[in-house]
Design a protein around this ligand. Structure first.
Ligand SMILES: N[C@@H](CCC(=O)N[C@@H](CS)C(=O)NCC(=O)O)C(=O)O
Length: 216
């Protein structure tokens, strides 16, 4: 199927979708955005990606249904701004994987204690905090991890830490042991890179007038 622009299935609050939208927006790649409600996924999404997670980017020639692969695809584009010198090195990939898996698992158990039987949500909160402490000293530079330009690691893990903070902002904001992350997260949450991808969209349904992203 030849598409005029790629189609992005997304969910506003999903940290995986946030990072994909940020990479697409920074790279200036225009898409049709289809906002998904996770409890009511459209069959068009399930048909192209049976695992049915978001984000999914549908191109004319293929479907990309992993957020990191979407980011990697944006890196192939010409006027790409996202820290061109940063390579997907082993350390970066390992850190991203820790946040995608271990951190996210504990985050969900902390956020939805009823879904995880026999779990103490505060233990899960501590497990998340330990993982953040492990990366805090990496975030010494300002405003981003490597200084002036946003990097892959910034946009890969900060959406997860933001979600963690949102569960109990008062508690998070008084933590002294992660000063660099708190500073960087505050910058992230007010940055144009983040705010410009957090617009609200109605649930997509077949036949809707297309909504384009990034917004002009
Ligand atoms: N490894 C995937 C993970 C994506 C993912 O798990 N997204 C969540 C939303 S935050 C999802 O779609 N979950 C499916 C569901 O809840 O049914 C990626 O990086 O794209």
């Amino acid at each position: 199927m030849i598409l005029e622009v790629p189609i992005l299935y997304s969910f506003r609050r999903c940290p995986y979708a946030i990072r994909a939208r940020m990479a697409l927006s920074i790279a200036g790649i225009r898409c049709e955005l289809r906002e998904v409600v996770l409890s009511d996924k459209p069959s068009e999404l399930i048909d192209i990606s049976p695992k049915a997670t978001v984000p999914v980017l549908c191109l004319s020639e293929r479907v990309i249904d992993e957020s990191l692969d979407i980011i990697e695809w944006t890196r192939l584009k010409d006027d790409y701004l996202l820290l061109p010198s940063e390579k997907l090195n082993t350390q970066t990939l390992e850190l991203i994987s820790i946040f995608d898996n271990q951190f996210k698992l504990n985050l969900d158990r902390y956020k939805y204690p009823n879904l995880s039987l026999n779990q103490d949500p505060l233990e899960n909160r501590e497990a998340c905090l330990d993982l953040i402490k492990n990366v805090d000293e990496l975030f010494l530079a300002e405003p981003w991890l490597y200084g002036k330009n946003i990097s892959l690691l910034d946009l890969a893990i900060l959406p997860f830490i933001r979600q963690f903070r949102n569960i109990d902002t008062e508690w998070f904001d008084q933590l002294n042991e992660i000063p660099n992350i708190r500073k960087c997260l505050n910058y992230f949450m007010q940055s144009k890179e983040f705010l410009s991808v957090m617009g609200k969209y109605d649930q997509w349904q077949l036949g809707n007038t297309p909504v384009y992203f990034p917004p002009k």
